[in-house]
Every structure is written in structure tokens, then in C-alpha cells.
Design a protein around this ligand. Structure first.
Ligand code: NAD
Length: 283
């Protein structure tokens, strides 16, 4: 029996999608259309799946897309040139580079070619400007689920497991911005259990099924599971769900938690970039 309230990412995502539809319709009336340029190298199955899910969402929201797909042996200069074209194209609002790139390519160099004002994943820059925050969509999705709890985060002990540039670090920044006291754990952390045991908020983003034992969860904690692991053909998170749900006050499931919100947050970023651009141009 689970005591925790489920943080249902699908419901939150649907609510956001309807809000975005209204906002974008309002923008369209003023003649503004958003456009996402995507850069893909090769046709890895995961990337294709991700690209298709983004395509569906953009279609629903009537956002334009320019898709560039390069062969696996594409050169770094060629990719940088494509990015340059998107940077200088005024119809492009944001640029998304599907990662990971083949290991022979210098990913930081290519990411750094993206104009910070078109960096839809907040990879280059963490720009805070009033309501316009461009931060990793996955981290924003974590923030949305935590907001669903209705609890004030200020002063809470948050433990983020994982320190990647796309999830762990930006999630930690987001929590710090809300005045949580944040500890970031990673593969070299000595006593993960001790950190998790004292956490009011646990964000698990290691990509290791069952890493976080249910019995470690502090009673009443908020648990957001970002992990996506396939075990015996099933998608599972990093947290032992059943046991954790008995102790937590709120828990996000996998699937159906962070995942459904991530693409919506990408569109949210696209809108933030559009607003930043409008503010800069004084329009
Ligand atoms: P990553 O491999 O880049 O980083 C993993 C992090 O976990 C690293 O900081 C590593 O040090 C840490 N880690 C690994 N094993 C650990 C251990 N035993 N103890 C403590 N820390 C450990 O992965 P990522 O790109 O940050 O993704 C993390 C997970 O989140 C993956 O399962 C990924 O599929 C998932 N993910 C989900 C979404 C979504 O929308 N739901 C989006 C992005 C990533």
C-alpha cells in the first residue's frame, strides 16, 4: 500500500500544454511564430524516438520545425556551419542539438557554437531574467513536479543524485534558487545512503535501477525520480518505488513522472528565448 501522493507528470504536462496553446495563440495574433531548429547526427533509435516525440508536440502547438539530419561521419566544421546558419536565421527561435554526438566530435566546441539566445536546452548559459529562465528542460520538469506538492522548498534539505550537465547540475541550481540546501551526490560519493536518509527532497538522476533503496527515504519526503532504466523490458526509475512510496509524502512514478513534462519544458524554454529576444530588441 502506498501512502505517498503520486506526482502525475502526464496530468501536469496536459495542463501546461493547454496553457502553452493559449499563450502561443496570443503570440500568433501578434504575428509571432516560434520555430525550433533541430540538429541530429546519425539515426540512433533513442534519438529518433525523442525527435518524433518533439515533432508531435510541436505539431500540436503549431510551432515550426527545421530538422537537419547529418550522416554519422559529418565533420565538426560542417556542423558548426549549420549552427551558424541557424544562429543568423531570424525565423529560428531556438536550436536543439540531439546528444550524445559521436565520440570523435568535440561536443563542447559544437555546443559553444550555439548563440546563447537560441540555446533551448540552457546548455550554454543559465540566463535569469525575471520570468524568463532557460534551464535544462529536465531540471525544469523536476521543478514543476516539486511545485505540484504545494510545499515551500525554502530551507529544505535537497539531495540530488547525479551531477551531469543536463540533469543533476541544473536541478541543483534550480533547487538552490528556491533556497533549498542542496547536496549533490555522484558516483564518487562515499555514503549515498546517509545523504538520502536526511533529505526532505530526493532527486534521483543516476540512471541506475534500484539505486535508491525505499527504506532510505525519510518519512514525509518528496521524491522525484528522473532515472529511466529498462529492466526486463520495462521502464523503471532509480528509486525502489513501492517501498519508497510507503515512506514518502510525494513521489513521481517512472514512467509518467518527469518524462512527459520534459518536452513541454523545452517549448517553455523556446518561449522564454522568444521573450528574451523581444526584450533585447526593444520591440
Ligand atoms: P549521466 O550518465 O550523464 O549521469 C549520471 C550521473 O549519476 C553522474 O553524475 C554519475 O556520477 C551519477 N551516478 C552514477 N552511478 C551512481 C551511483 N552508483 N551512485 C551515485 N551517483 C551515481 O546521466 P544523465 O544524462 O544525467 O541521466 C540520468 C538519468 O536520467 C538517466 O537514467 C537518463 O535516462 C534519465 N533522464 C531522464 C530524462 C527524462 O526526461 N525523464 C531526461 C534526461 C535524462
Amino acid at each position: 500500500m502506498s501512502a505517498a501522493k503520486l506526482l502525475n507528470g502526464r496530468e501536469v504536462a496536459e495542463r501546461h500544454a493547454r496553457e502553452l496553446e493559449r499563450t502561443l495563440a496570443g503570440l500568433a495574433e501578434t504575428g509571432v511564430r516560434l520555430c525550433l531548429a533541430t540538429l541530429q547526427v546519425g539515426r540512433a533509435e533513442d534519438t529518433e524516438l525523442y525527435a518524433r516525440s518533439i515533432e508531435r508536440l510541436l505539431k500540436r502547438l503549431q510551432i515550426d520545425r527545421i530538422a537537419s539530419i547529418s550522416p554519422l561521419d559529418v565533420g565538426e566544421d560542417e556542423l558548426a556551419e549549420k549552427i551558424e546558419l541557424f544562429n543568423s536565421d531570424p525565423t529560428v527561435t531556438g536550436i536543439l542539438l540531439f546528444a550524445p554526438l559521436p565520440a570523435r566530435l568535440n561536443t563542447p566546441r559544437i555546443l559553444n557554437a550555439i548563440d546563447p539566445l537560441k540555446d533551448v536546452e540552457g546548455r550554454r548559459l543559465f540566463c535569469a531574467s525575471g520570468a524568463s529562465k532557460v534551464l535544462s528542460p529536465t531540471a525544469l520538469a523536476v521543478g514543476e513536479l516539486i511545485a505540484e506538492t504545494g510545499r515551500s522548498i525554502a530551507g529544505l534539505e535537497a539531495v540530488v543524485i547525479g551531477h551531469s550537465d543536463v540533469v543533476g547540475k541544473p536541478a541543483a541550481i534550480l533547487l538552490m534558487d528556491k533556497f533549498a540546501t542542496v547536496t549533490v551526490c555522484h558516483v564518487k560519493t562515499r555514503d549515498l545512503e546517509a545523504h538520502v536518509r536526511r533529505a526532505d527532497i530526493v532527486v534521483a538522476a543516476a540512471g541506475k535501477a534500484g539505486l535508491v533503496k525505499g527504506e532510505w527515504i525519510r518519512p514525509g519526503a518528496i521524491v522525484v525520480d528522473v532515472g529511466e532504466n529498462v529492466v526486463a523490458g520495462k521502464l523503471v526509475g532509480d528509486v525502489e518505488f513501492e517501498e519508497a512510496a510507503r515512506r514518502a509524502a510525494f513521489i513521481s512514478p517512472v514512467p509518467g513522472g518527469v518524462g512527459p513534462l520534459t518536452n513541454l519544458m523545452l517549448v517553455h524554454n523556446l518561449l522564454s528565448l522568444q521573450r528574451l529576444r523581444t526584450a533585447r530588441s526593444g520591440a
